[in-house]
Design a protein around this ligand. Sequence first.
Ligand code: NAP
Ligand code: ZN
Length: 349
Amino acid sequence: MQSTIGYAAHNPSAPLAPFHFTRRSLLTTDIQIEILYCGVCHSDIHQVYNEWGDSKFPMVPGHEIVGRVSKVGEDVHNFKAGDYVGVGCLVDSCMTCPDCQDKLEQFCNNAVFTYNSHDKHSNTITYGGYSKQIVVNQNFVLHISNKLNLAAAAPLLCAGITTYSPLKHWKVGKGDKVGIVGLGGLGHMAIQFAHALGAHTVLFTTSPNKAEDAKRLGADDVVISTNPQEMSKQASSFDFILDTVSATHNLDSYTALLKRDGTLCLLGLPNFPHPSPAIGNLIFRRRRIVGLLIGGLKETQEMLDFCAANAITSEVEVIPIQQINNAFERMLKKEVKYRFVIDLQSLKT
Ligand code: NAP
Ligand code: ZN
């Protein structure tokens, strides 16, 4: 066991505060990582506030981790001390079930999430990236290209893969009209990927002041979703809409915008369910609503390499860890542009 420090929530209403804990001793297939940066995902807020009802405390959040390898176990050959690496939402899975065999480890019944999960090796809760170091099985560690800025690469490990994966899975590309709903951490990555894949990309936002940024990121058009006239002009015109909104909202306004056979993909996971969608909107045009959870490790590496090759990156506001509680408040006010990333140098042991 090795001692380290992080920031933890001790219950859903207490602010995050310094917390001393231990990481497991290195197994032969493990990599020990000195954490340099960790992105702040809206899922961290949902879980700290126990909005999904399964939170375990104390909770050290953080699943957008970039760091430097400090030590490797004797059976690790793909990584060495000094390498820059990433860790996303997963740190283990069974590796034998059909989902793992298909490189979709996120759907494994025994997937172990980076925090708020159970580590079978140490029989403890997993603790995430709002901390100085982490120990992870080599199969769940990713290479970070030296073409990527380290702080800006951190959000790719969740916001990046979660938006890249559906666009690839549903084969979005040239000739498609694609909508992105919400310009936050996921949304700003989604615009860049949809644009890079050649789609005509439209942002739906509740924040008119984000329109200029959306165009700079690659949106061809911006629609203010609270304006019914603007929305109705878009009726039945989209092949695919990726909804990244973190709060409960009416889905009918978006299903009505899909063409025949169009797809609305939900990524946000709010604490209360959305109102039941109008079935007529679906059956009269064979439209569908789907959802998706992050992406597997192979695809995450592919996405990181795609970002390095296409100069795609996250726009970040780097903060010291002491500002984390304020960062949560600002995210809830839709003020983040477009991802907070914690600089772990600010956390002294
Ligand atoms: P974020 O940075 O806070 O962005 C969410 C955006 O949603 C906001 O910037 C805002 O965009 C819009 N929004 C917020 N409240 C709204 C409301 N009441 N009505 C309409 N729009 C609203 O959050 P994020 O980190 O991108 O995460 C978004 C969601 O995805 C969260 O629920 C998170 O848990 C989930 N998530 C899912 C996965 C997955 O695997 N499926 C992975 C990661 C995260 P505008 O200002 O442009 O309107
Ligand atoms: Zn996340």
